[in-house]
Structures are given as structure tokens and as C-alpha cells.
Design a binder for this molecule. Structure first.
Ligand code: HEC
Length: 248
């Protein structure tokens, strides 16, 4: 192999390594969410949960309803009937009428816009957050992934109420702490544990999609680009062999 070919070959070998390190950066000890943004049915369910349970507090001001319709295979009528409860028009963004100042008074914090949350937190974190609400000793809501979150557990009727069981853990310095070992559902909700996991996964999928709507198309195109590059490399190689035959 000549030098150029060796470089090209090693670049190909390094490609997967490069993408793995990107994933590792967002990792941590989070459970895998199983989110699949190419699963349109999951995105549709996620959008429905979102407008029913989240949009009253959290805008997604980068997302327009007509874009949603196009990406999620929904007609204008379906979107207007099932996903729009305000007087927003089809071409408008997913905004709400709530005054941020009021919201701050009520919750102590303004509920953030969630347009980019899928990118900043990642699907696995969102999945963990939505499943991580519990009732603590004060009787108030708390969350394993955002301690003392000022967001109430808006999905508690679906999931039920879970309370933590603690265990003792000794750290390196010899101090003992109580840490959450697992949850026990003390008041059942309308969904089973598996059904609620699916609900959390669908919402996380919807937010992941909303963070970068173009990813649906980009990933589709990406496969063809790779196929084209592989094919082109082959043609270039044949051409090279053809030229060098005369030289040798
Ligand atoms: C009653 C208002 C309200 C509703 C409804 C609500 N939230 Fe929140 N949410 C908040 C508030 C307030 C915060 C800020 C919490 C904090 O930082 O302590 C928050 C924070 C968050 C965050 C964390 C942002 C971050 O990274 O710090 C996420 C993610 C989130 N909400 C998702 C959702 C989803 C998904 C739903 C629907 C299932 C939802 N919220 C429904 C009020 C609400």
C-alpha cells in the first residue's frame, strides 16, 4: 500500500473511535433510555403527552406546528385537533400565554424553554429525570436527577407515587450516608411500570427530536453519503490502478 492509501485506511479505522468519544462525554451512570427518533409512532405519542402535560409551563419556541406535522406524518387537521389547545395558528411556534414573572412567583423558578434540552441534557438524562420523581420525608416532590427541583411531578397520576427505600453507604473518608436504594410505589397510578417507562421514553424521544428536527433527514441522508463515498473510493482505486499500469 502506498502512503496515501495507508492514511486513508487509518482515517477510516479511526472514524468509529471519534464518534464513540462523543457519546462517552454525555455518559455517566444513566440507564439506557432506548429512545429512537426514527420511530414516528413514539414521537407522535411523545408530542401528545407533551402538549397535555408539559406545554402549559414549558414553551418549545423553536418548533412550529406545521413543521411538527410534516416530520411526524400528521395532517393539519390532526395537529390542530389533537395538539393545539390554545388559539395558536398552524404556522406558529409552540408558545404559551403564561407570564414568566408569574411562573417565577408560583414555582420559585421560571420553567425553562425546552427547545434545546434534548441536546444539552441528552435522551438518557431526560428519561431518568421523568422517572426520578419521588415523595420525600417532607411530603413534597423531589427528584433523583435534579435534587430539590421546583417542578412538581406532573405525571404522578400515570406513574403513581413512589417513595424511596434507603441504605447506608460509607464513603472513602469513613462517613456514612443514607442513599436511595430503590423506590416502592406506595400509591399506584393508572399506568403499569412498563407503560410508564414507555411514556417517559416517548417524551424523551419527542424532546430529542425537537432539539434538532433536521436529524431525521440528516441521518437518512448520512447513510447514502457513506455508501457514495465507499463506491467513489472503489472507482478512484480502479482509476489509480489503470493509470499506474502504464507507468510501471
Ligand atoms: C407546573 C409547571 C410545570 C409543568 C407542567 C412541567 N414542568 Fe418541567 N419544570 C418546571 C420548573 C419550575 C422547572 C425548573 C426546576 C428547577 O430548576 O428546579 C422545570 C424543569 C424541567 C426540566 C429541567 C431543566 C433543566 O435541565 O434544568 C425538564 C427537562 C422539564 N422540566 C421537563 C418537563 C416535562 C417533560 C414536562 C411534562 C411531562 C414538564 N417539565 C412539565 C415546571 C413545570
Amino acid at each position: 500500500m502506498n502512503k496515501f492509501a495507508t492514511y486513508l485506511f487509518s482515517a477510516f479505522l479511526l472514524l468509529p473511535a471519534a464518534s464513540f468519544s462523543v457519546f462517552a462525554a454525555g455518559g455517566g451512570a444513566l440507564e439506557h433510555s432506548g429512545v429512537n427518533v426514527n420511530d414516528t409512532a413514539s414521537l407522535q405519542r411523545g408530542a401528545k403527552w407533551y402538549v397535555n402535560y408539559c406545554l402549559s409551563c414549558h414553551t418549545i419556541s423553536y418548533m412550529r406546528y406545521n413543521r411538527l406535522a410534516e416530520d411526524l406524518d400528521l395532517s393539519e387537521d390532526m395537529v390542530m385537533q389533537n395538539l393545539v389547545f390554545s388559539n395558536a395558528k398552524f404556522g406558529e411556534t409552540m408558545d404559551i400565554a403564561m407570564d414568566p414573572e408569574q411562573a417565577k412567583k408560583w414555582f420559585g423558578k421560571t420553567p425553562p424553554d425546552l427547545s434545546l434540552i434534548g441536546r444539552s441534557r441528552g435522551a438518557d438524562w431526560l428519561y431518568a429525570y421523568l422517572r426520578g420523581f419521588y415523595q420525600d420525608e417532607t411530603g413534597g416532590w423531589n427528584n433523583t436527577h435534579l435534587p430539590n427541583a421546583s417542578m412538581p411531578h406532573v405525571l404522578w397520576r400515570l406513574q403513581g407515587i413512589q417513595t424511596p427505600m434507603y441504605r447506608q453507604e460509607t464513603d472513602e473518608a469513613g462517613y456514612t450516608h443514607e442513599v436511595i436504594d430503590h423506590f416502592v410505589v406506595t400509591t399506584p397510578g393508572t399506568q403499569s411500570a412498563e407503560e410508564f417507562d414507555r411514556t417517559a421514553r416517548d417524551i424523551a424521544a419527542f424532546l430529542t427530536y425537537a432539539g434538532e428536527p433536521a436529524q431525521l433527514k440528516r441521518k437518512g441522508i448520512g447513510i447514502w453519503v457513506v455508501i457514495f463515498l465507499a463506491f467513489f473510493t472503489f472507482i478512484a482505486y480502479l482509476l489509480k490502478a489503470e493509470y499506474w499500469r502504464d507507468v510501471h
